[in-house]
Design a protein around this ligand. Structure first.
Ligand code: TXA
Ligand code: MG
Length: 314
């Protein structure tokens, strides 16, 4: 059910959860100071309790009551990239609920770059908001996706199709040196330029698990199996039960099960989860993606690679 910004703020203030658009993906938001409301998010999503939530704020001044914000790195990054697709993990203040941080001593904060999300937060205060999908499903980038995972009667603010379509970069500023826990549109290079120091890229492993428990869970998975294309030999043998995703290979076939992004990686990012979900709706058995090289100069490539790798079928 589509609700207005004002209605969404009222619902949040009264302890309900609401679907909110952001520039990355839709979130499912609850009052960050209300334990019962935040618990509803975990119940609805069937999210494991040890996977912490991002607190979304609408003004940088709200950060100081939630986290230690004195560091030069924080000030520079927040100034450079907020509102925007960068989540900053900081030492938390006492008042942040344990249910939000999953018991960690840190809290993840971001200001989303979407006018409707900002208006709701202005009115309702900071909200805890993970992506508005059931756990293990691809993140939602349209109202329809949120309805599909929850229900038609679930309250959602309609913000159109998300501009970026891939979740925010998560940068941990709580350790000895800054570390990217999840790549996103804002790249390590962009961050390094602003803070004038090296940023580590956490892959998987003990260190990342300790810092970001959520990364142990399999994400972004549709029902269809996903694989990189191995070769183009079978070009004339397209299988009707397969969705083919290209970005460079010269092919002029146009069929509903062949999509081509013509090196437009921004569009690919914007459409990826929608394609995953569409594949399931149309009962495709597999999705084959033309291999992506990290050499293409688009900012979104490392994040795309990360999401696709994590959705591959073993
Ligand atoms: O773009 C986004 O970030 C979207 C929109 C709605 O803002 N949100 C989103 O939330 O992707 P979620 O819950 O699906 O992913 C949040 C990620 C998880 O991997 C979680 O483990 C990590 O952030 N995270 C949250 N709090 C953390 C903390 N205190 N320390 C380390 N990682 C944290
Ligand atoms: Mg998520």
């Amino acid at each position: 059910m589509i609700v207005s910004v004002h209605k969404a703020a009222k619902l949040i203030q009264s302890g309900d959860v609401v679907g909110l658009p952001t520039e990355t993906v839709y979130g499912i938001a609850a009052d960050a100071s209300n334990v019962m409301a935040v618990q509803k998010i975990f119940d609805l999503k069937q999210r494991p309790a040890d996977n912490p939530l991002i607190v979304h704020i609408s003004d940088i001044n709200q950060a100081a009551s939630l986290a230690e914000t004195d560091s030069e790195d924080f000030k520079r990054l927040a100034t450079a990239f907020w509102p925007g697709p960068l989540t900053l993990v900081l030492p938390k203040k006492l008042q942040v609920l344990d249910i939000i941080t999953a018991g960690l001593q840190t809290v993840a904060l971001r200001i989303p770059d979407h006018p409707k999300a900002l208006s709701v937060i202005d009115e309702a205060g900071p909200v805890a908001a993970p992506s508005a999908n059931r756990s293990g499903r691809p993140s939602p980038t349209r109202v329809k996706h949120v309805e599909d995972d929850f229900s038609k009667s679930f309250p959602i603010v309609d913000g159109g199709t998300c501009n970026i379509g891939i979740e925010s970069t998560v940068l941990d500023l709580s350790g000895d040196s800054p570390a990217i826990l999840r790549p996103g549109k804002i790249t390590a290079g962009q961050i390094e330029k602003v803070i004038e120091k090296k940023v580590r890229l956490e892959s998987t492993g003990e260190e990342q698990l300790r810092r970001s428990p959520g990364t142990r869970y399999s994400h972004y998975k549709p029902e269809a199996t996903i694989q990189w294309m191995e070769s183009h030999e079978s070009i004339d043998q397209y299988r009707p039960d397969t969705l083919y995703i290209y970005h460079t290979f010269p092919i002029d076939k146009s069929r509903t099960n062949i999509v081509h992004f013509k090196k437009n990686y921004i569009d690919l990012g914007k459409s990826l989860y929608d394609l995953y979900r569409t594949a399931d709706k149309k009962n495709y058995r597999q999705i084959l993606i033309e291999p992506l090289m990290n050499t293409s100069r688009s900012d979104i490539i490392p994040a795309l690679l990360n999401r696709i790798e994590r959705s591959l079928s073993q």
